[in-house]
Write a new protein. Structure first.
Length: 67
């Protein structure tokens, strides 16, 4: 992941944590997992008629050479 985007993600998490004082505290990893899940559900809704995708097995997607 791009270092700038990761830094911005940490800042977004901090901002969300402060803004949602009525919500229970979530660790950064938990917040990221929720963001990914929301993106998956949105993609399934838009591109797969709302039907959950069949999971792609671990190791099936190559690594990017971008750093």
């Amino acid at each position: 992941m791009d270092a700038d985007v990761l830094g911005r993600a940490r800042t977004a998490w901090r901002a969300e944590s402060v803004a949602d004082v009525d919500q229970p505290y979530r660790h950064f990893g938990e917040w990221i997992a929720a963001v990914i899940e929301a993106a998956v559900i949105d993609s399934e809704r838009r591109l797969n008629a709302g039907i959950p995708y069949r999971p792609t097995p671990k190791g099936q997607i190559g690594r990017s050479s971008r750093q």
